[in-house]
Design a protein around this ligand. Structure first.
Ligand code: ZN
Length: 331
């Protein structure tokens, strides 16, 4: 483990701060926050090798337009957990985010369901940890943008040797920096519980972890297990009805609010401007409501109708995100 160079005292001068792509902002200025959205999602390396697969400039223009609209519609911040594995490219996004004026929190970590890139197969967990820590303390991909959240993923294959390496490296980077953790899971196979087990083994306070894509499940037994272990859960795929229909997503959030778990849920869409994993016509056909404004336009009114109070909505969209980023140690 390398010695830490002290950087920012996050509690000094005017309260806690969080790093965004435009530099540090006060956590009190995070405002309405969508905790899991992407901007550009790409299969690693494909567009770099075959640039004809997309129109880069057109998609970046579209990104400026969509993020500007988002800001105008009252969304103050998005957390973008795009990392290695799904095409993180912070230098390319910087001018886009700057022009839109939306606050965007960047991430470090990795997104693989099974095998890792060969580079990491032959290296130790702590070499991976060092790279994540450098993204948090020094900046990402040669920019001054510091990561403020750690990302990892388990899907149907579960905690494979490769995935386990990433989970442990993320946990250790969290322990060294205090940066919160957010995850991708396959909720149908209850992958969140395995993530919690590995994090706990590494000594992570599970209250600093968001188990993502939990909103794909309406199994209250599974969800309350995650919650009772202390974690936040991401009800973060509104609009992705193929995984769970909207009515069930809404009913599940409402039920958990009634059960007293409002302070442990965050809301989002897992949406993006561009994603190359599916053909555009397939997205249009199967998930027509999958966009950044679906929560503002449809889900919040539906939650109110389902008995969730405005105060509870504010807790999930404002207070919880703020709390997740405030509980950061000084480093
Ligand atoms: Zn995602």
């Amino acid at each position: 483990m390398t010695a830490m160079t002290p950087t920012v005292d996050k509690t000094a001068i005017g309260g806690p701060m969080v790093e965004t792509m435009a530099g540090p902002v006060a956590t009190s200025d995070l405002g309405f926050t969508l905790m899991h959205e992407h901007i550009i999602v790409q299969s690693e390396g494909v567009a770099r090798n075959f640039p004809s697969v997309w129109d880069e400039q057109a998609e970046l223009n579209k990104a400026v337009e969509m993020l500007t609209t988002l800001k105008a519609r009252g969304v103050d911040t998005i957390v973008d957990p795009t990392v290695l594995g799904i095409g993180r490219n912070i230098p390319r996004l910087l001018p886009v985010v700057e022009e839109a004026g939306l606050q965007v929190v960047a991430a470090t970590g990795m997104y693989y369901f099974n095998d890792l890139p060969a580079y990491f197969v032959s290296r130790e967990i702590d070499e991976m940890t060092d790279l994540f820590v450098a993204d948090i303390t020094d900046g990402i991909q040669g920019t001054d943008v510091r990561a403020a959240i750690l990302k990892c993923a388990t899907d149907e294959p579960g905690v494979t040797p490769g995935v386990e390496k990433v989970l442990r490296a993320v946990a250790r980077a969290h322990l060294r920096t205090g940066t919160p953790i957010t995850t991708h899971t396959h909720a149908a196979t209850q992958r969140g519980l395995e993530q919690q087990r590995v994090f706990a083994e590494e000594g992570v306070d599970l209250g600093r972890v968001i188990i993502g894509h939990s909103g794909d499940s309406d199994d209250l037994g599974y969800l309350t297990k995650l919650l009772d272990a202390g974690s936040y859960i991401g009800m973060d795929r509104f609009g992705l009805d193929i995984f769970l229909p909207e009515e069930k997503r809404i009913a599940t959030v409402a039920a958990l609010c009634r059960m007293g778990y409002t302070e442990r849920m965050v809301l989002s869409h897992d949406a993006c401007v561009y994603i190359d994993m599916y053909k555009p016509e397939v997205i249009e056909q199967f998930v027509p409501n999958w966009n950044y404004l679906h929560i503002s336009d449809h889900i919040m009114p539906a939650l109110l109708e389902a008995g969730v109070s405005q105060t509870q909505v504010d807790t999930m969209t404002r207070d919880n995100p703020r709390r997740i980023f405030e509980n950061v140690g000084v480093y």
